[in-house]
Design a binder for this molecule. Structure first.
Ligand SMILES: Nc1ncnc2c1ncn2[C@@H]1O[C@H](COP(=O)(O)OP(=O)(O)OP(=O)(O)O)[C@@H](O)[C@H]1O
Ligand SMILES: [Mg+2]
Length: 301
């Protein structure tokens, strides 16, 4: 039977008065790159710390590889690699020496060091001390360490945090190759545009609860196109459109938006306004970007 690599149900965790994670459900199918998204403070790191057994849930369950985490923690975590925000590295040691320490802890073979250096493109800098590394190189070395022992699952908390566009691009290319090697990737971010090009599945968390889970296309299809209109008398324009059944919304000082189903509706709206004697200065059809959708979903109501 094909089970989800991660299956989380009703997961909850509080810190004092803060409900950091609140009855969270997650399904991470095998071979996907799962983008776990949410604004700052949404509960991503708290969730990841529970997935890695670093803190205990107050309630709910976590299954990884089809087995309950609580009873199989050692075994499950030995097949799971992780990278939390910034990797803990020894600055005065070289990249290779840092990996040698990881090897001694996890008991991998010497060959593993060369393998993970090759996968992350870090061979040429492996003999330089880490204190000379750029942030992107540190992040890649952290990923190399996470990939020790051929994990089936990688859990990465904000792996692109603080990187410049070139650094983000490098990490993204690296992560996109992982499913081909049989690795399922679960990664968090507070920026949708950082993950939208690599995620095959997206979960959005807000105030500790899941508010969307599905493919990027499903997320897009949740939101229809809209027409943006600028006229001489916006309030009246809004009433005219509403009286004929459009859900027009007055947006601030100079335009209103109307959810529609494509170009034909834009033409109908234009004709109605002209017939009612309004001066249409501007009228255009807009497809919301995933980033717009993410911001709409997560903005404070
Ligand atoms: N150890 C802790 N003690 C007290 N409160 C905590 C602790 N860890 C997290 N919190 C609180 O729980 C909430 C969720 O925090 P968390 O770090 O999980 O969010 P996040 O989604 O990872 O945010 P960010 O994008 O900023 O990393 C926040 O309100 C935070 O202040
Ligand atoms: Mg965090």
């Amino acid at each position: 039977m094909m089970h989800n690599i991660i299956e989380v149900q009703r997961l909850s965790r509080r810190f004092g008065m803060t409900q950091a994670v609140n009855r969270l459900y997650l399904q991470v199918p095998p071979g996907c790159i799962y983008g776990f998204l949410g604004p700052n403070g949404a509960g991503k790191t708290t969730t990841i710390r529970m997935l890695l057994g670093l803190i205990k849930p107050d309630d709910g369950s976590i299954h990884i590889f089809g087995r309950p985490l609580r009873q199989n923690e050692r075994d499950i975590l030995s097949h799971t690699g992780s990278l939390m925000e910034t990797p803990a590295l020894y600055p005065h040691l070289t990249g290779r020496e840092n990996l040698e320490l990881v090897r001694r802890l996890t008991g991998g073979s010497r060959k593993e060091i060369s393998r993970v250096l090759a996968v992350t493109g870090m061979e040429k800098d492996a003999n330089r001390p880490v204190k000379e590394y750029s942030l992107g190189m540190r992040q890649r070395l952290g990923l190399a360490a996470a990939m020790f022992g051929q994990p089936e699952l990688l859990i990465l908390d904000e792996p692109t945090n603080g990187l410049d566009p070139a650094g983000i691009h490098e990490i993204r290319e690296l992560i996109c190759r992982l499913p081909k090697e049989g690795i399922t990737v679960f990664l968090s971010s507070h920026l949708l545009n950082e993950v939208e090009q690599m995620a095959t599945r997206i979960g959005i968390i807000k105030s500790g609860s899941l508010i969307f889970q599905g493919s990027p296309d499903e997320l897009r299809s949740r939101f229809t196109d809209y027409v943006s209109v600028t006229t001489d008398r916006l309030d009246e324009t809004c009433s005219v459109l509403r009286s004929s059944g459009w859900q027009a919304v007055h947006r601030g000082n100079n335009h209103l938006t109307v959810p529609v189903n494509g170009y034909a509706d834009a033409a109908v709206i234009n004709a109605e306004l002209v017939r009612a004697g309004h001066k249409v200065y501007q009228l255009g059809l807009t497809h919301p970007s995933l980033e717009d959708i993410f911001l709409t979903l997560t903005e404070n109501q």
